[in-house]
Design a protein around this ligand. Sequence first.
Ligand code: NDP
Ligand code: 2IT
Length: 448
Amino acid sequence: MQIQHAYLNDLMERVIQRNPAEPEFHQAVREVLSSLVPVVEARPEFITEGVMDCLVEPERIIKFRVPWEDDQGRVHVNRGFRVQFNSAIGPYKGGLRFHPSVYEGIIKFLGFEQIFKNSLTGLPIGGGKGGADFDPKGKSDSEVMRFCQSFMTELCKYIGPDTDVPAGDIGVGSREIGYLFGQCKRLRNEFTGVLTGKGLSYGGSLARTEATGYGLCYFADSMLKDAGRSFEGATVVISGSGNVAIYACEKATAFGAKVVAMSDSGGYIYDKNGIDLPLVKQLKEVERKRIREYTLTHPQAEYHEGCQDIWQIPCDIALPCATQNELDLNSARALIQNGCFAVAEGANMPCTPEAVEAFQAAKVLFAPAKAANAGGVATSALEMSQNSMRFYWTFEEVDEHLKEIMTNLYHNASSAAAQYGRPGDLVAGANIAGFLKVGDSMLAYGLV
Ligand code: NDP
Ligand code: 2IT
């Protein structure tokens, strides 16, 4: 897939050569550069002043050894990362992912996406991401604690409330954030908002837990309304059953939809009567069990091994909320054939480029991740504000801010798309609107 601009196409080739064997990073960069063609045509200074070349190169990559001992006293060595991608508009901000599939290319793709997402929130946060190839699944609390302490012993040298503020992502939830924050506080002998997603007793923000899933539905609601549609009465399929999926399910249901399927990496459940969300919360948030156990108390529900086929279930709205490239062209075709009219990405880059193209060609309303899932990081930025003020807002106040941020974000992405000749294309609109603020700031700084 060529980029229809000689300089940007050449830049893409250089990105591939300089970052070999990192297909997810290439995929994320290609999408953004393709969207920015009309922008650099209108404003060639982004090329001549070196902004585009700098944009695709992280400001800093930190890569470190994470040794830890399991409960039997055996030593394990994992690899930790923090990619500080772009600080043009604020301190680096973005989550930490603990998953065996993590390598530098995954963190780079996520950090790159985060630049534009964070800019879209309208709040002063730069882009970063981190993580480790550690699998918290099946580990005891003590093992997870020792891992987090070892990870933070190194990471704490590079972060700070005005420098870089990590948060959660896949495999990093409130338990991990607690261990990470406790160790950072101990090592630095200071209590500052150096992480977000903190527990409510030690500086966390109300509504941060719900924010990504709720924000996804607020964004989708704006998109649907603009097209004369709504969640009311719609059948919804959600992949994943983690933080994002659970609160997307909660808000979609509150908006009058019926969610009929959810998944984990083992398989999916299909409950025609509508998902029993309190049970999913109990299984996933409290007991850390597999989604298949849902059928033990709900025999009317079906469990299917493997998560791909969840997209074969007929639905009106699809919300992929698990992981990157989980929804491919075949799945997109099935959704289209079954009459699905909207797809909103809760996960980061869950739809393959071919799937996105198929949705757009079929006029399925499509909300790209960096816009649709920005509610999590936006609320993290609100947590930073509250920490700086040494003050707390109520749940309703934070939720109101979130709603307003997501509604504005939809309108900004939508009008940027129209302004640059791609009306209705929220992929282009989000990339363009996200880029402009960052690009203008980089221009103002000169070559730094
Ligand atoms: P969680 O760890 O809470 O949940 C992840 C869910 O996705 C689990 O159900 C997990 O299943 C499933 N999953 C993870 N990896 C795979 C895989 N390779 N194949 C199939 N299923 C998989 O993470 P979150 O809910 O926080 O994150 C989900 C997505 O949302 C990620 O893409 C993340 O980057 C993105 N995101 C998260 C935000 C946040 O605030 N947390 C903000 C914005 C985006 P299992 O338990 O079996 O592994
Ligand atoms: O992908 C994301 O936006 C996140 N994992 C949330 C990051 C954050 O800093 O809250």
